[in-house]
Design a protein around this ligand. Structure first.
Ligand code: PRP
Ligand code: URA
Length: 208
């Protein structure tokens, strides 16, 4: 069963409360998405593999550790885009691979529309970035794309998850841990997370 980590860090919870507010305008919303993504990355990267490295300091040699694995950040378009910069700040040598998936408004099923992954995987670890885990359809589809690509270590980093989407993801991909800032109550009849924050894509890009 995939593990689900919910950050109770005070900074995460404080920023999430502003993010949810109906009056938070797109500029502030984008800033918060970026900051929350960085804070959650700290939690989601605790088990990355490191290797010893000798570093010359001005005085002597320090025995340090450096990241061993090549990391791929995989934002699900559109809403995941806003999380990239926050994660990239912490891991600037990560590769970014975009996957386009939107939910059909009527069926709520994921529709893939963009994928330019090369034939062979170029990274060992992928972090899927998407603020909302609602029905779970988009996350499940994106994870399957990455598994088909050949990536073995995959993590899902989101902001808010619904119990329904978490269960669906856990069932489909029990090997993929999920990192969130909150688990909300339920999905409404239109598939929106309640209480949620509305449409994460529209609120970032001013398209609502
Ligand atoms: C939103 C969100 C997720 C998806 C979650 O994207 O960013 O990708 O819905 O819903 P699910 O768990 O039920 O699949 P949306 O389809 O609205 O596209 P957008 O980001 O382009 O606005
Ligand atoms: N996508 C969103 O942006 N918000 C939701 O509540 C559900 C899916």
């Amino acid at each position: 069963m995939a593990e689900v980590y919910v950050s109770n860090h005070p900074l995460v919870q404080h920023k999430l409360s502003i993010l949810r507010h109906v009056d938070t305008e797109p500029k502030k919303f984008r800033q918060l998405v970026r900051e929350l993504a960085a804070l959650l990355t700290y939690e989601a990267t605790q088990d990355l593999t490191t290797a010893p490295v000798n570093i010359p300091t001005p005085l002597t040699t320090a025995h340090c550790r450096e990241l061993l694995e090549k990391i791929g950040l995989v934002p699900i378009l559109r809403a995941g885009l806003g999380m990239v910069e926050g994660v990239w700040e912490l891991m600037p040598s990560s590769e970014v691979w975009h996957i386009g998936v939107y939910r059909d408004e009527k069926t709520l099923k994921p529709v893939q529309y963009y994928n330019k992954l090369p034939v062979d995987p170029t990274v060992q670890v992928c972090m899927i970035l998407d603020p909302m885990l609602a029905t779970g359809g988009s996350a499940v589809a994106c994870t399957q794309i990455l598994k088909n690509w050949g990536v073995k270590k995959i993590k899902f980093v989101g902001l808010i998850g619904a119990p329904e989407g978490i269960a669906t993801m856990q069932q489909a991909h029990p090997d993929v841990p999920i990192y969130l800032a909150a688990i909300d109550d339920h999905l409404n009849e239109k598939g929106y997370i309640v209480p949620g924050l509305g449409d994460a894509g529209d609120r970032q890009f001013g398209t609502g």
